[in-house]
Design a protein around this ligand. Structure first.
Ligand SMILES: *Cc1c(COP(=O)(O)O)cnc(C)c1O
Length: 422
């Protein structure tokens, strides 16, 4: 692509954008009464305008039907959670029977580890990446201690090489092979939250399974962002949050995947509850647990439908657009953002180091050498919402659903202005 750094050119790209109408389907916060340039869809996606209607629907049903809403509501509550499977499946490359929504991400990873981390004397180690998202570190270490083991001895971290900002697949594979028969589980973030690196999930999954380990993925930054083929890659389990690229609202429900080779397996350890019980007999209140035949066996409690409603709303947009179209726009807008950054750096003599490797999704992480947090505050004051990580990395994620090429151009102007003023 030969990009140009002009407003007219950016607007031309917007006119050609097949997703251009979706910008108006989200609520943008305003700063100085102007809609912000929103780069933090990787942290909390914007609110889809149809979300309120979905929530209101449930509030109205609750008011008018009360307990009868479980069965008589237009979207009955007792199996509300099942409406997600069909919509989520193409987003993560799964069969509808393999996916669902419940709880929140860290909780789901804990629950899935009950099934997929079963340490023995010979096979007990867990491979993860260094500096994983803190919640994953706490979660894994506490699971290890729960089994009476010592995290220091069990957890093997794959490291980045000196002076490099991303992981090398070859290093991950050699770590897996080195741990070999002692490896019980490989559990990593599919897209690194800090650098934006997309790991080669297919190759790593194959290697982990090759040494006889289970392989799971934390897809918090991957779901709704990059192409996933969980079923085909034979991933054992995965989980993700829905409030980042999937725009479902703060702290909202998490998605999960369990490969269908484990469905119906009688001896698999699992924490169980009545929402995982055979749905035809759920309300007969029988003493023995009969698991649902698919990933729904991992469900535990009845679904918090008021919270789930905005996620169902957000998935409506995903269903209309589809991942391939989102990925197309993503690649173009991220490339344009990269171009703008390079142009601004040239014009102002700034030293911006993009630490995201070419294996990337929506996020560019940029080292702003010599800059401090004043830059972050300046951007915010001028209507650009970014994410700042110490010492001086900004993470920029122009979510393809609602960010425009003009936003990228405007961001470039604000950034340049900062350097001229300072
Ligand atoms: C955002 C994120 C989480 C958040 O976990 P919650 O349980 O939803 O609070 C976990 N892991 C990763 C990698 C994340 O990026």
């Amino acid at each position: 692509m030969h990009f140009q750094k002009t407003l007219q050119y950016a607007q031309h790209l917007d006119q050609q954008d097949p997703l251009k109408d979706y910008r108006n389907k989200f609520h943008f916060p305003k700063i100085n009464s102007k809609e912000v340039i929103y780069f933090t869809g990787n942290s909390l996606g914007l609110q889809p305008k149809n979300a309120k209607k979905y929530v209101d629907e449930i509030m109205t049903d609750w008011a008018e039907l009360a307990v009868e809403g479980h069965f008589q509501a237009e979207k009955p509550w007792w199996d509300y959670h099942e409406r997600f499977s069909q919509k989520l499946a193409p987003i993560v490359g799964a069969k509808p029977t393999e996916v669902g929504v419940m709880n929140t991400l860290t909780v789901n990873l804990h629950l899935l580890m009950v099934s997929f981390y079963r340490p023995t004397k010979q096979r007990y180690r867990i491979i993860m990446e260094e500096k994983a998202f803190p919640s994953d570190q706490y979660m894994i270490a506490s699971q290890v201690r729960f089994h009476g083991l010592d995290p220091e001895e069990v957890i093997v971290e794959v490291k980045k090489r000196e002076g490099e900002h991303h992981f090398r697949t070859e290093d991950i594979l050699s770590k897996i092979n080195e741990v070999g028969e002692e490896c019980a589980l490989v559990l990593m973030g599919g897209v690194n939250y800090y650098s934006g690196q997309v790991l080669d999930m297919e190759t790593i999954t194959k290697a982990g399974k090759g040494v006889g380990a289970f392989v799971g993925w934390d897809l918090a930054h991957a779901a709704g962002n990059v192409e996933l083929k969980l079923h085909e890659w034979e991933v054992d389990f995965a989980s993700w949050c829905s409030y980042k690229y999937m725009n479902s609202g703060p702290g909202n429900v998490s998605g999960f995947f369990v490969h269908d080779q484990y469905h119906g397996q009688k001896d698999i350890p699992r924490f169980e509850g009545w929402w995982g019980h055979n749905k035809e007999r759920r309300f007969l209140m029988e003493p023995d647990f009969q698991p649902e035949p698919d990933s729904n066996a991992w469900q535990i409690s009845n679904a918090p439908v008021i919270a789930q409603a905005p996620h169902l709303a957000s998935l409506e947009y995903f269903e209309e657009v589809g991942m391939p179209a989102l990925i197309n726009k993503r690649d173009k807008i991220v490339a344009y953002l990269e171009f703008i950054l390079q142009e601004v750096a040239k014009e102002v003599g700034g030293d911006f180091e993009i630490i995201t490797p070419k294996e990337r999704g929506t996020q560019l992480s940029v080292f702003l050498h010599g800059q401090g947090k004043e830059l972050f505050h300046y951007l915010m004051k001028n209507g650009v919402i970014t994410d700042w990580r110490e010492p001086n990395v900004i993470r920029l994620a122009p979510a393809p659903f609602y960010c425009s090429f003009e936003d990228m151009w405007r961001f470039g102007m604000v950034l340049k202005e900062y350097f001229i003023e300072n």
